[in-house]
Design a binder for this molecule. Structure first.
Ligand code: 3HC
Length: 334
């Protein structure tokens, strides 16, 4: 069932002496910190890994609009509504930059979407959890966007040029998203007893799913070793999870909320917190399609894709006519 989690020889990182001359020249460029651009030679595995990761990332941005979009009509004030609307629009923009970055690797946005809808590509596990209360929107901004930034700031230095450049813009916007989430949590945590309880309940439900966003523990991570040697990934999953916990615990203390982990303790020797791991069997269930909202999310994306077919057809027909008009004008001028 979890075949994807089984490490295989295919994931073995080649030593320099095992590489072909082309592969070695490529690896040396990566090691020197040079950016790889779309028309440069690259190993097929590098291209495949990038398409997988950038595609999954793009899908996450798009699917991630659903749990928040659900609250646009119910945001408590006009100002909160405008902010949430802007945030959800930003996520659509992030998805589009990332699809464009993936397209430079020779895959179309339509192909990526078809792979998502047929279950051959993933999106982040976090978006398979429901947003039940307004405090969940605060928790999503604070924790989910907070975890996303923790993962994405290092990706600004990723070796593939278009991905790295997309991440620079995305990270700026994600920081605003994180702050708006924290601001919602602050209002609730300093509000009535009922509002504070709502904030705590959101933290209780979103804490472990947020920790899962960084991926399985390093010992179970299939792709980390190869991705890090190609500098597609800059840090391991566990390194980023630790940094996230260390950053978030003081923020929870400031809010007067309690992280739902009785094992959470400061470890002076390592200079970070010891904390409980998420329930990894739940994570793998969510990846296998059995999370609380997997079916809803896929149903919404499939409907959007099918209902948008007439519009995509219209755009293609218009593009064809415009190209024919330009060709005719060029021909007439010659
Ligand atoms: N959700 C879903 N699938 C996950 C996952 C998660 N949280 N974490 C890992 N996986 C999948 C991997 O994709 C891989 O499956 P695959 O082989 O079928 O693709 C498998 O689990 C094994 O995990 P690995 O650690 O070997 O995989 P990676 O090396 O790819 O590491 C990652 C996983 C850290 C998520 C990495 O892909 C990454 O950094 N991706 C870019 C960032 C990203 O996708 N972020 C999405 C977050 S949400 C977001 O950005 C929206 C924002 O607005 C909040």
């Amino acid at each position: 069932m979890y075949a994807q989690m089984v490490k295989t020889d295919a994931d073995k990182v080649k030593a320099l002496q095992e590489m072909t001359p082309e592969e070695r020249a490529f690896q040396e460029r990566v090691d020197r910190g040079e950016k790889i651009e779309p028309k440069d030679w690259m190993p097929e595995g590098y291209r495949r890994t990038l398409i997988r990761q950038i595609g999954q990332h793009a899908h996450s941005e798009i699917v991630g609009q659903l749990p928040e979009g659900n609250w646009i009509t119910r945001a408590p004030t006009l100002e909160r509504k405008a902010i949430l609307l802007a945030k959800v629009q930003d996520e659509a923009g992030h998805g589009l930059y990332l699809y464009c970055a993936a397209e430079t690797l020779g895959v179309t946005r339509d192909e990526l979407t078809e792979r998502l809808l047929s279950g051959r590509m993933k999106y982040s596990s976090i978006f398979n959890y429901p947003t039940l209360t307004w405090a969940d929107i605060g928790a999503v901004g604070w924790l989910v966007d907070g975890a996303a930034i923790m993962n994405q700031v290092p990706l600004q230095r990723t070796s593939f040029g278009p991905y790295s450049r997309a991440m620079i813009r995305i990270c700026k916007e994600e920081s605003f998203h994180q702050r708006q989430g924290f601001d919602i949590m602050m209002k609730l945590a300093r509000g009535t007893e009922a509002q504070k309880r709502m904030a705590q309940d959101a933290l209780d439900r979103f804490w472990y799913p947020s920790l899962m966003m960084f991926g399985p523990s390093d010992k179970d991570s299939v792709h980390s070793a190869q991705s890090m040697s190609w500098k597609i990934k800059i840090n391991t999953n566990d390194e980023l999870r630790q940094k996230f916990v260390d950053q978030t615990v003081p923020q929870a203390e400031y809010l007067g909320l309690t992280i739902p982990d009785p094992e959470l303790t400061w470890n002076e020797a390592k200079g970070g917190y010891d904390f409980s791991q998420p329930d990894w069997s739940e994570f793998f269930e969510v990846l296998a399609g059995n999370g609380p909202c997997n079916a809803d999310r896929m149903e919404a994306r499939t409907r959007a894709w099918e209902e948008g077919a007439w519009f995509r057809d219209g755009l293609m027909a218009h593009a064809k006519k415009a190209a024919a008009r330009r060709a005719a004008a060029r021909h007439a001028a010659e």
